[in-house]
Design a protein around this ligand. Structure first.
Ligand code: NG6
Ligand code: CA
Length: 502
């Protein structure tokens, strides 16, 4: 039972584009994920755990701020040179834990912007994770398919040789003269692109954006898993004797999928399966480290994913051809980018050995709730204007009740928002293709209103809008009100001292 002095360590392990059906404990049979499966078996496994968005930046924005992403128009997939989109004054998940005395760190994918615009990558970076609540930061700026392909340690590019400065641009009209691109020199590529990703070539792979210089600092994709794991374990070891918070944000299974030698070719599903197996190994290594350090019982471990799955996300890596019977989104419709549940319903589990009873939960919970729930756990009051959409669902997260959220807003790409109430899902009419011609994923765009009853129809096959006019009306009015500015966290919630979870 958490008492008023509960200060367990907290680790959030966050996969990138891992689907609801991609791991064993959620039904996958072809990709071995013994470590994540063990984590689930030792904790609470959520059947209705959600990201707020079907893409990365907005989803991570919510996790750290407790705000729905569409409230900030900058919370869309960012380029690698975009400015920081979280105001340094905001109360965030790491900053509130810091208020409670935690040491805080991020290791892995960031994708929430750096600096103030016009960043010089060779200088001290003015705005980084260190300015929104993290004591330590070892990150990639954006995604593994976007330049700059370097690690950033604190405020500096890691391993940069000052005599070989880095330049970065996302201006399509300004490729660096004389430097080969994927589009002009496909013969130089070790993995071909299928759409986009035809600009600078780094490590044999063409990326989004142009960069030159910084040769000594360039990452090697096949080593990235171990590089991040090493940093993550060092942080935990160094802070074993004080409360710590680690946001360990994997790059897997985002494109380009390039596993280390140990996992290449191990799954039969091609690189996408192999990097999921590799990510699972990282989870196991971290769990082993917690055991060795003797902190497993005093550490909450959360595992989830920033958005749903995609097979062809821009490289010819065999993900489509080798998928076989594997269903990355499990029984759900759509995937990454989609307004359907496959976009945002993700693997979601919490282990707190000795405190939380193992089991399954059908409570509806969202990453946006971590701010209020953990504020409540550690007894830090939330600022009145902080985390406008974060609900204190701590009891549900700890598996003590099935009462999670009644209402939830999620979004597909382009901030197209969807309302869930109870088991009803309401998707407003939208222009645009019903199926993406690049990824082949159903977007959720349809000229008519859609209403689904998930209690009978988890696959969102039967649109019952015509039979439930009143529900459609009620939900469209509510969605408009929320969009127009209604905050969804009742004022005053999560400002009281904890203990109510017990
Ligand atoms: C898209 C990229 C995709 C991926 C995504 C971001 C193209 C054609 N597609 O624009 O490959 O990088 O952005 O993914 O460039 S996310 O998980 O970080 O949101
Ligand atoms: Ca993602």
């Amino acid at each position: 039972m958490p008492d008023t002095t509960a200060q367990p360590n907290i680790i959030i392990m966050y996969a990138d584009d891992l689907g609801f059906g991609d791991i064993g404990c959620y039904g996958a049979t072809t990709i071995p994920t013994p470590n994540v499966d063990r984590l689930a078996a030792e904790g609470v496994k959520f059947q209705q755990g959600y990201a707020t968005a079907a893409t990365c930046t907005p989803s991570r924005y919510s996790l750290l701020t407790g705000s729905y992403p569409w409230r900030n128009e900058k919370a869309r997939i960012l380029t690698g040179d975009a400015p920081l989109i979280i105001p340094p004054t905001a109360q965030t998940l790491p900053s509130l834990l810091k208020q409670a005395g935690y040491k805080t760190a991020i290791v892995g994918k960031w994708h929430l912007g750096l600096g103030e615009g016009g960043l010089d990558w060779n200088e001290r970076i003015p705005l980084t994770p260190l300015d929104v609540g993290f004591d330590r930061s070892f990150i990639m700026a954006a995604t593994n398919d976007r330049v700059p392909c370097v690690y950033i340690h604190g405020r500096r590019v890691d391993g940069l040789d000052p005599t070989d400065p880095i330049e970065v641009t996302y201006d399509r009209n300004k490729p660096f003269p004389g430097l080969p691109t994927g589009r002009e020199h496909p013969e130089l590529l070790t993995m071909k692109y299928s759409h986009g990703h035809d600009m600078s070539i780094v490590n044999g792979v063409s990326r989004i954006g142009y960069m030159r210089g910084g040769t000594a600092a360039l990452w090697k994709d096949e080593e990235m898993a171990e590089v991040f794991l090493d940093k993550a374990i060092s942080f935990v070891s160094e802070h074993r004797d004080e409360p710590f918070f680690l946001y360990y944000a994997f790059h897997q299974p985002h494109v380009p999928r390039i596993p280390g030698k140990r996992f290449a070719g191990t799954t039969g599903l091609g690189p996408r399966g192999d990097v999921i197996a590799e990510m699972d190994w990282c989870v196991g290594e971290m769990m082993g480290a917690l055991d060795r350090l003797g902190v497993s019982e005093n550490t909450i471990v959360l595992f989830s994913s920033d958005n749903g799955p995609v097979l062809d996300d821009g490289y010819e890596d065999g993900a489509v051809e080798l998928c076989g019977d594997h269903r990355p989104a499990g029984p759900l419709r759509g995937g990454k980018y989609s307004m359907f549940d496959g976009g945002t319903r993700v693997p979601f589990m919490l282990r707190w050995t000795g405190t939380v009873d193992p089991g399954e939960s059908s409570a509806i919970v969202s990453h946006v709730d971590f701010v209020a729930a953990f504020a409540s756990l550690v007894g830090v009051p939330l600022d009145p204007d902080a985390a406008p959409d974060s609900l204190d669902v701590l009891s549900a997260l700890l598996g003590r009740t099935e009462n999670g959220r009644h209402e939830l807003v999620t979004e597909g790409t382009q901030a197209r928002i969807v309302l869930r109430q109870g088991n009803w899902v309401f998707i407003p009419p939208h222009d645009g293709p019903p199926i993406s011609n690049t990824t082949g994923i159903e977007t959720g765009n349809l000229p008519e209103t859609q209403l689904y009853d998930l209690s009978l129809d988890i696959g969102q096959i039967r649109n019952v809008a015509a039979e439930h006019g009143e529900m459609v009306h009620k939900m469209s009015v509510r969605l408009r009100a929320i969009r127009a500015g209604d905050r969804t966290r009742p004022a005053g919630v999560a400002t009281q001292k904890p203990n109510k979870a017990s």
